[in-house]
Design a protein around this ligand. Sequence first.
Ligand code: GLA
Length: 725
Amino acid sequence: MKRLLICLSLLLGTLTLAAQELTMEGGRFQKGDNPAWSAAAFDDSAWREVTFNQSWEELVDYANGYGWYRIHVVIPSSLKKGVVDAIMLDLGAIDDSDQTWINGHPVGKDGTFPEDPGGYSSEWGRRRRYIVDPSWVRWDRENIIAVRVYNYGDPGGFYRGAAHITKPSLKDFARLSLVAEEGGYKAVLNSSVKTVGSLEVTVTDVMTGATEMSKAQKVTVPAWKEKQLSYALAPQKRISVTYSDPRFSEVLKAEVCSPYILTPPAPATPRYNGPLVFGVRPGSPVIFRLAFSGEKPMKYAVEGLPDGVVLDPDKGVLSGSCAVEGDYPLTFTATNAKGSTSAQFTLKVGTQIGLTPPMGWNSWNCWALSVSQEKVMASAAALINRGLADYGYCYMNIDDAWEAEYRTPDGRIEANEKFPDMKALGDYLHSNGLKFGIYSSPGDHTCGGYLGSLDHEQQDAEVWNSWGVDYLKYDWCGYSKVYDAGRDRSTAACIRPYLKMQQYLREQPRDIFYSLCQYGWDKVWEWGAYIDANSWRTSHDITDTWESLYVTGFERQPGLHPYAGPGHWNDPDMLIVGKVGWSSSLHDSRLTPDEQYTHISLWSLLAANMLIGCPIDLIDDFTFNLLCNNEVNAVNQDILGHQAHQDVVEDGIQIWSRDLYDGTHAVGIFNLNLTTVPVQLGGELAKIGLSADTVRDLWRQKEIPTDAVYQIPPHGVLYVKTGKE
Ligand code: GLA
């Protein structure tokens, strides 16, 4: 009966025809991978019928790997009678990568597959929109749309519904993009209809806003062809291209910008850039590195240290432990050849750890399953040598793929051959004031298919303690099996595995920052703090695309601010700047420089975990300056711990703000549009009840007048701090 109902709803779904569009609510599904499944003639009658509003994990017992959908759909010729004879498949979001055919003809591909050159990359958040050559469509007859999908991690395949076929507007037939090439960019205009129009290019200086070049030329592109024009891109320049065909309803636009550094250089004299507090439990090891930038070598001194805590004056590393609870005001002083600087600080010996969001590194976004001890060491050494540790970055977290294939006969977990000596790694990190993070799952296996901690929680916590672990990322993944097998769907059932591990972590004679990873399910923010977790992921895995950043940052985080505070943080996932790739082949983040400023500004406002996802030893100057702006980071680390709220959403402009411990406010004005938008700063601040003659531009670190108009680039931000009220 259930099957009959699904069939019926599929049929009805495929026949839901609005004037311009045909909704597809489901199709047939088969796990596995076979090139023959793209053919129109393939017999899929034995495949399972599924709907598109649920991921494949929710519908079939299948997680990672390949799966195919075949959609049978009658496409009425009424859809073809638009401005031109073509249709657009708008399949919505697909997790993770897809390749799509209609009646055996390839129509598009987003993301890459494991066997592709460069390996697998996810495009889970991207809306799939494929223009289809009308000669491939069987008008008024059944068509077969075959979608090959590769999924890694939850959810799999179609998962948000909203797949449909539309009659595109003229602008959907033409696409204007700027594609990187040696020494610059090429504007690529491709069109599935003949177009005659004007292509205009403007080059501006990012720092001054001055126009340096502007020219227009007439271009003609025959149907299904493309036109390419190359432009050189010098540092700190922005290229904007527009294309207008009088028949198109809209002007096509594309813009690129070379990396530009806003953060002013740090002074050669010592400057303290670290957090103002550090929480440790009585008797637990104190591991803390004084974060001073400035010329090296440097000598460090600390006044007010409690008994048991000692300073290495050459490295600026605090170690030892303190048995007595209390707030210990300390004065840090750093001295180099250029001068001496002091900073006030509080060591809080008490029950709470993680008093400011964790800053550091995690192996996943760059190395994924290819992580090794050598790679962790290279990033750890670079954290110190390149100076990121001077800005408070201190956690070195190994994500999945450190685990051996089997436990020892007595059930002990071991590291695999890529990690010859975990204890030595921990010792090295601690001796430099860095902290050691590890990863596991409450299930019997991790997302990457490695051993999880199920039924070995206590043993694992003890092993990690023996290695000196200071941070655990505990990732739901393999626990789905246990959860699905139980009948209990209550919040208590989601909490149970996390609570269990927390008890064993707390039994260890050291502080272990407890980071939950279950993608924000079951409103984890409502209960995370009650089980003494220090942070919890609020969303699905992030990737280095605007779509992913947008969904993760701007869609999933609004409303979560009441749940963050010292000791417990919302975690919108790791940073996607620098070289990323989730494999052994890395690429520069696909976010534009403006999008990267937006990313770091938003994470700073959100009091988010700041875990760098690129190899630190390969970090370039742009990325360094993005990650090491002391004023931007100070907002993230503000001791009040008030996460920003989304205050204004208006015409693609969003304002987020948070109040800071010193009575000031940090305000991000984000432009989510594809074009530069002028904003009158005073007017924007007034919308959230703030007024001032000048404010501090946090990226440029200078006072700016509020009565001026500022140009916020596409997907860019103006990030400011007001004075005290
Ligand atoms: C999940 C997590 C990621 C990463 C991988 C490891 O997908 O969300 O952050 O830890 O597992 O397999």
